[in-house]
Design a protein around this ligand. Structure first.
Ligand code: SF4
Length: 227
């Protein structure tokens, strides 16, 4: 059994940066605006963040567009708070920094290639590990190419996703590229998931009811039929 506490590990790293008065450059892979909401609120005081929206696993283009538009809208809301120094209703203060965004290539065939042979797996199984590997390897590459000190992902906020697997995949991706470090996380901890729901309501964010790929959508439809 894995006994690591990724949330505590992240807290310790942040304490270290604060002691050094450092604001490392972080490339934050983001899957959608609701999951980003808490992660950005939490991290934006400690890092210079660029969001990396790289999700070829969202196999329907219209769904992909909706999610990327919401991600950009959320970041604009947060940046407006920084410019206006108005953090009402937020757990942030004037140390919060402007957030940038990079949109990755949207090519669903890359996801289907990665998931080949695992199409019938249930959500949470081997197909998801392949999907995490695809997204986090690309994030690590972009982080290294652009001089980011760290990279991580908002995916650990989801109670449906295994934080051990995500952190393992992130650390393996970091070892492959060398010049950037994976930041451990388990954003659902410390009421992170609950806070993401509050923030989604506050900003009226679009909240999808399936993970992203056509297989997860079909699984959700079947589950609805059973109720
Ligand atoms: S269910 Fe989600 S994490 Fe799993 S393969 Fe599909 S999109 Fe990727």
């Amino acid at each position: 059994m894995n006994s690591r506490n990724y949330s505590k590990e992240l807290e310790k790293k942040i304490e270290e940066f604060q002691r050094q008065a450092a604001h490392p450059k972080l490339l934050l892979h983001a899957c959608c605006a609701p999951c980003s909401s808490y992660c950005l609120e939490y991290l934006r005081e400690y890092f210079d963040i660029t969001v990396f929206f790289y999700n070829p696993n969202i196999t329907e283009e219209s769904e992909y567009r909706k999610r990327v538009i919401e991600e950009k809208r959320l970041i604009e809301e947060y940046n407006r708070q920084v410019r206006e120094k108005n953090f009402e209703g937020m757990n942030s203060d004037e140390n919060a920094r402007i957030i940038e965004i990079i949109e990755g290539e949207y090519k669903p065939s890359d996801f289907f290639d990665a998931a080949r042979g695992y199409e019938d797996c249930k959500e949470g199984g081997e197909r998801c590990r392949k999907c995490f590997e695809l997204r986090l390897r690309k994030t690590a590459q972009v982080a290294e190419e652009n001089g980011f000190d760290y990279f991580t992902t908002t995916l650990t906020i989801s109670p449906l996703k295994n934080a051990d697997v995500l952190n393992e995949v992130g650390e393996a991706a970091s070892a492959e590229v060398k010049g950037t470090e994976f930041l451990p996380s388990d954003f659902k901890k410390k009421n992170g998931y609950k806070r993401s729901i509050e923030l989604s309501h506050k900003f009226d964010l679009y909240r999808q009811d399936f993970c992203g790929c056509s297989f997860s959508k079909a699984q959700r439809e079947r589950e609805k039929d059973c109720h």
